[in-house]
Design a protein around this ligand. Structure first.
Ligand code: ADP
Ligand code: MG
Length: 257
């Protein structure tokens, strides 16, 4: 039995002016799978995540999430038409994203950063959102920091708030875009620990862009090497890290490991 992938890019084209960033990209993620994307700067890794978050449109092909087209919807006659705002909203609610630069609201407390969207978007009561927010802060090891403001926290703590905030929207797919790249080296471990804990959740689908190769190797079911908007090579962490078949993958790994 083959299960329908939860994320599917089917010949997706993405351009910025004259630059073709994704050139007929085919890419799939199964439900519950933990997939890592590695590859050189400018190869289109962030673009893939940003398209999934509907922060970027596409110029060709189809992206589906949970079997439904993301940027299109089906008309009653079965044809695909451009997505309405309501459709985009529904699709977006399945995904959460953790950014390299945390993107917390500076004027809100830690707890408020986590409860704001669940109240405004999901319609939770303040009390429900607070209870859930406190549970999530516990999960990321920040139960005692709820009333602080982002600038009072270390980068590692801020990123853990970023993770709690993404989880507060109850996504079934979590995207991470180089979540530790902006951190001082001694703060990377605490963030990877939290991500590693989430990776043990069977139902949660995770798509992670990272340069932390050792970590990628530990938590991923599959690693994809991106090069110029294509998947140049993919496989289990064992295959890709110890025995890559492509020269380009080998060169990249030699440069970063
Ligand atoms: P990666 O995350 O792999 O480093 P990106 O997906 O961010 O790569 O970017 C891929 C390419 O697209 C890069 O050459 C980048 O400069 C370009 N690019 C990304 N976003 C934009 C944009 N908004 N406008 C123009 N070019 C962009
Ligand atoms: Mg990027």
């Amino acid at each position: 039995m083959t299960e329908e992938p939860i994320i599917k890019f089917d010949k997706v084209v993405k351009r910025f002016g004259d630059l073709t960033v994704l050139n007929k990209l085919d890419f799939e993620v199964k439900k519950g799978e933990k997939v890592t994307i590695i590859g050189p700067s400018g190869s289109g890794k962030s673009t893939v995540l940003r398209i999934l978050m509907t922060l970027e449109g596409i110029d060709g092909g189809v992206v589906t999430v949970g079997g439904e087209p993301l940027w299109h919807e089906r008309a009653p006659d079965g044809s695909l038409v451009p997505a309405s705002e309501a459709h985009l909203h529904k699709m977006r609610s399945q995904l959460g994203m953790v950014f390299q630069q945390f993107n917390l609201f500076p004027h809100m407390t830690v707890l408020r950063n986590i409860t704001e969207a669940p109240v405004k978007v999901l319609g939770l009561s303040r009390k429900e959102a607070r209870e859930r927010g406190e549970e999530l802060l516990e999960l990321v090891g920040l139960a005692d920091q709820a009333q602080k403001y982002p600038h009072q926290l270390s980068g590692g703590q801020q990123q853990r708030v970023g993770i709690a905030r993404a989880l507060a929207m109850r996504p079934n797919i979590l995207l991470f875009d180089e979540p530790t790249s902006a951190l001082d080296p001694e703060l990377v471990g605490e963030v990877l620990n939290v991500i590693g804990k989430l990776a043990e959740e069977h139902d949660l689908t995770m798509l992670l862009v990272t340069h932390e190769m050792r970590f990628a190797r530990e938590i991923s079911d599959r690693v994809c090497f991106f090069d110029r908007g294509r998947i140049r090579e993919e496989g289990s962490p064992e295959e890709l890290f110890t025995d890559p078949t492509e020269d380009r993958t080998r060169e990249f790994l030699q440069a970063v490991l």
